[in-house]
Design a binder for this molecule. Structure first.
Ligand code: 3H9
Length: 719
């Protein structure tokens, strides 16, 4: 609702009240309409202030109402009425003014923001555009380049930046409501006409067309296939070429097309999925997040390689003292310099001083006697990790949590060498750790709820999306990636080219296809893991139909490339050819084609043309199939957890909602049919056989994803 209060004197205050973020539900909109009308007709009221309860102005339209029938007054006429008011209306912005909340403020005649407030039009992240006049008013106030940036990226700006851009008129470090009331008293009775944003002339830059074109290019690079940012550009173009009323009409038309789109559903699902994973639960749905986390006052990071450096930077950024450990002085010094450099660059970007004193460095594990939590980030070697955990177990306080940043090794085996397996768990960060949002929190057999709660809480403080997962090789993310990359190798063997596979995946929405990505990260990474698992070895004799391991087909192509020194970009050649070592521009390599031809003839494989649809289906559906196995085994509690992992850790295109949501949109019967088809066509290829959970879901009528839990009915869970 919205509460109407008359302040002694001539000002009325309308306070939006809809916890937790004062979203503009139908009830709130109704109450605003009534309050505005009351203020308009009360002869003693000369000016109005709109503010939000509990230090939050408003986070926009109520997303929860999007799936139901539309009720209550519409936002556009409501905002138009405020703007048309003869009595000045002042928005007092504290906390957030986002989406419809900012649009409401743009309809007011003045905007005063608290210094810590954040403002933005994030509708694009929900697959929508700001359709309560945001695309038409913001360009008039902030100019077209700034409006294009804010509307197409959805980024939030600080109050100071909003002031610079002309979005707010004043920034205060006092109580914004009180400052706004005082201001309203002063301007009471002044004409509102010149303050109506819709009447402001629009400043059209001379290079408008190229500006719009450049924005579209950036969108295609960042979110290929996403329709909302393109519609945002069209709406801003309308603002720059049409009178306000016609621009508004165009905004409505564009929104109508977006509102019912599958992409909007997917992105809104992700909004709730991201928040649901923070309320971590078991597969049976039991909530655990009410377990109290332990305070983490000091953390140790073991290993200052790429991962350790990134994790140290995350901790310092969050204001947590950290002690970083290396084995030898030389590596310690290199690590220290790298961490300081990263913190310096970070601070420069934010116009602040780097907080270098929070990070200390040592080569002595015995210096870890006072830490609350350790994150081990040495390379993937079980023997080394066990040695470190044995030592940690004796040097750290008995109640200190011992975490491993392993990307797939057995957390229980690591815990077994300590005297506190209940306090051992995985904290799997993703490279680069100071940038990637995902954190897999890996629950071992003996991990206690308080250890999980503490790691999840620390993840939040580091601004990560923490997802609780069970312990199995590769956990959730890397385990699902394995069938995806394997399919890509088999597709090459069968006749596809790396560039064809990559193109199909990039058109689906990945920023990079599997081969381009492999070249970027280095082919030796996977090779070392396969060697560790005993999966590489001498090539089978010529004439052997296909390579096979344990009765399953196995592609030796990536191993042979590594044996030949083709490690990817850093070697100047991998799946592609680069202009030099470390080069970025990938060119198809004729050598690879003749190598593949030779490989096929050696193993009796008949090359055939493979269309993009088969490429997509085999890569994506085999990954999704593994997701169903993971749900069935209780390694992930819910499909939302898998989707969050893929969107925040593996750059899965957001507008498809993540692999499990995508499967539900494609239709489970179709996914099942296709997997059956490919499994029958290639019975020796592992992981194409549909999982029994997928079969059971289809047999139960393919219920919506939110109801899969009822079908999973776990007997045994890893969580
Ligand atoms: C729009 O405005 C369309 C208009 O242009 C045009 C219409 C014609 N509605 O994130 P948190 C819930 S589209 C309903 O954990 P934080 C959220 O789900 C809207 N609920 O807290 C969560 O619920 P729960 C454009 C909302 O402090 C709880 O609030 N606006 C909404 O880290 C706490 O959220 C946006 O896209 C909402 N609009 O962050 C804003 N917003 O407790 C999206 C949040 O049950 N929201 N909730 O899990 C955000 O960016 C963050 O939630 C915010 C708070 C920064 C506000």
């Amino acid at each position: 609702m919205a509460v109407y209060t008359r302040i002694p004197g001539s000002v009325a205050v309308i306070t939006l009240k809809n916890p937790p973020v004062n979203a503009l539900s139908s009830t709130v909109r109704q109450a605003i309409v009534q309050s505005v009308s009351r203020a308009g007709t009360d002869p003693d009221v000369k000016a109005v202030v709109i503010c939000g309860e509990n230090g939050k102005f408003c986070a926009g339209a109520d997303i929860r109402e999007f799936s139901g029938p539309f009720r209550g007054p519409a936002l556009v006429p409501l905002i138009d009425d405020i703007e048309a008011s003869e009595k000045p209306v002042v928005a007092a912005i504290e906390g957030v003014a986002l989406g419809g909340g900012l649009e409401l403020a743009l309809g007011c005649h003045y905007r005063i923001a608290h210094i810590k407030a954040r403002l933005g039009l994030p509708e694009v992240t929900l697959g929508l555009l700001p359709a309560a006049g945001g695309t038409q008013r913001l360009p008039r106030l902030a100019g077209i380049p700034a409006a294009l940036d804010l509307i197409t990226t959805g980024r939030h700006v600080s109050a100071q930046e909003a002031l610079k851009l002309g979005i707010v008129d004043q920034v205060t470090d006092g109580n914004a409501r009180d400052v706004a009331v005082e201001f309203a008293r002063k301007i009471a009775g002044q004409p509102t006409g010149p303050r109506r944003v819709s009447s402001l002339p629009i400043q059209c830059p001379a290079n408008l067309d190229s500006l719009l074109e450049q924005t579209l290019v950036r969108i295609r690079q960042r979110a290929r296939g996403a329709i909302a940012p393109v519609a945002c550009v069209q709406a801003v173009r309308a603002a720059s070429t049409l009178p306000f009323a016609q621009g508004m009409q165009r905004e409505q038309e564009l929104m109508a097309a977006l509102f019912t789109s599958g992409q909007a559903r997917a992105l809104q699902y992700l909004h709730f999925a991201q928040r649901a994973v923070g309320k971590w639960s078991t597969p049976s749905g039991a909530r655990w997040d009410n377990t109290k986390p332990r305070p983490v006052r000091k953390v140790a990071v073991i290993g200052l390689g790429t991962m350790g450096r990134g994790i140290t930077v995350c901790l310092v950024r969050a204001g947590i003292p950290v002690i970083a450990v290396e084995m030898e002085e030389k590596q310690l010094e290199e690590g220290r310099r790298a961490v300081h450099g990263m913190l310096d660059r970070d601070a420069q970007r934010h116009g602040a001083d780097p907080n270098l004193s929070l990070a200390s460095f040592t080569i002595n594990l015995r210096d870890l006697g006072d830490v609350d939590l350790v994150i081990e980030a040495v390379f993937e070697d079980m023997a080394l990790k066990k040695k470190i955990f044995r030592e940690l177990s004796s040097v750290c306080r008995p109640d200190a949590l011992l975490c491993t940043n392993t990307s797939g090794l057995d957390v229980d085996e690591i815990a077994s060498v300590t005297r506190r397996p209940d306090l051992v768990l995985g904290m799997h960060f993703f490279a680069p750790a100071h940038m990637m949002k995902l954190l897999e929190v890996v629950h071992g057999l003996h991990t206690s709820p308080v250890a999980v709660a503490t790691a999840m809480d620390l993840g939040k403080k580091l601004e990560k999306v923490g997802v609780l997962v069970g312990n199995c090789p590769g956990f959730v993310g890397n385990r699902m990636l394995m069938p995806y990359t394997e399919q890509a190798y088999f597709l090459l063997e069968e006749g596809a080219r790396p560039e064809e596979v990559d193109q199909a995946l990039e058109e689906f929405g990945f920023a990079m296809g599997v081969f381009r990505m492999g070249d970027l990260s280095g082919l030796d990474v996977g090779w070392k893991i396969r060697m560790g698992l005993g999966l590489t070895g001498p090539t089978l004799p010529a004439g052997t139909p296909v390579r096979s391991r344990g009765g399953h087909r196995y592609s030796a192509v990536p191993d042979i490339l590594c044996e030949k020194g083709r490690m990817g970009q850093k070697a100047g050649r991998g799946w592609y050819l680069y202009e030099k070592q470390g080069g970025r521009v990938a060119r198809p390599d004729p050598w690879l084609q003749s190598f593949l031809e030779e490989y096929r003839s050696l193993h009796g494989i008949q090359a055939r043309h493979i269309d993009p649809q088969e490429i997509l289906e085999r890569c994506l559906y085999s990954l999704i199939n593994e997701g169903f196995h993971i749900l069935e085994e209780g390694i992930a509690a819910a499909p939302q957890d898998i989707d969050a992992i893929y969107v925040f850790g593996y750059s899965w295109p957001r507008h498809t909602g993540g692999p499990m949501f995508y499967a539900s949109m494609v239709g489970l019967p179709r996914v099942l049919d296709k997997l059956e088809h490919y499994h029958q066509a290639h019975p020796d290829i592992p992981r194409l056989e549909p999982s029994s959970l997928l079969r059971r879901l289809v047999a139960s009528g393919s219920p919506p994803l939110q109801q899969w839990r009822d079908v999973i009915k776990k007997h045994r869970s890893h969580l």
